[in-house]
Design a protein around this ligand. Sequence first.
Ligand code: GRF
Length: 200
Amino acid sequence: TNIAVLVSGRGSNLQSIIDSIESGNIPDARVSVVISDVKNAFALERARNHGIDAVFIDPRTFVDKKAYEQELLRVLGQYDIGLILLAGYMRIVGREVIEAYRNRIINIHPALLPSFMGLHAQKQAFDYGVKVSGCTVHFVDEGMDTGPIILQRAVPVLEGDNADTLAARILEQEHQIFPEAVKLFVEGKLKVEGRIVIRT
Ligand code: GRF
């Protein structure tokens, strides 16, 4: 399976996928291209360090979102992509991309969905005062953070935490469950029935 990873930032989740593949945990998978909407995203450097094509698509050079996503589709089309990962990609994926890759786009979110959708989920959870939070890997549909859930992992909120220490505890688990979900997908073990993801 050829994997494309969409990123906007530091790329620690991208790294967890690369490391998992390089250590042989996900046979038959390769990260074929990393695409960023941010020029200086450290994730692009991580890709280059591993000999992976690193592509910056500048959203500001397109008249609208549709044109930007046409370019995204064109680049994806060069790699025979079977799976798209959103790994800290800070844009909502548009309808045409979702339709072209239905149930083949997976996102990692740093909260236990459906709680705390959207930006700064760890801070949202911390400020709300929850005692348990975590992370969610899910298929991407037209909504924001609404698609069928593949894996979740809970972490405790501890005495003395702040939003940053909580985020760090969650991130450790992101780095575990994201590669796990990719492995399940690549092995053909995930079936989507409505909202429910069944492991076969
Ligand atoms: C992670 O917290 C992820 O859950 C969220 O954005 C952050 C990306 O971090 N979607 P990184 O770029 O993978 O280090």
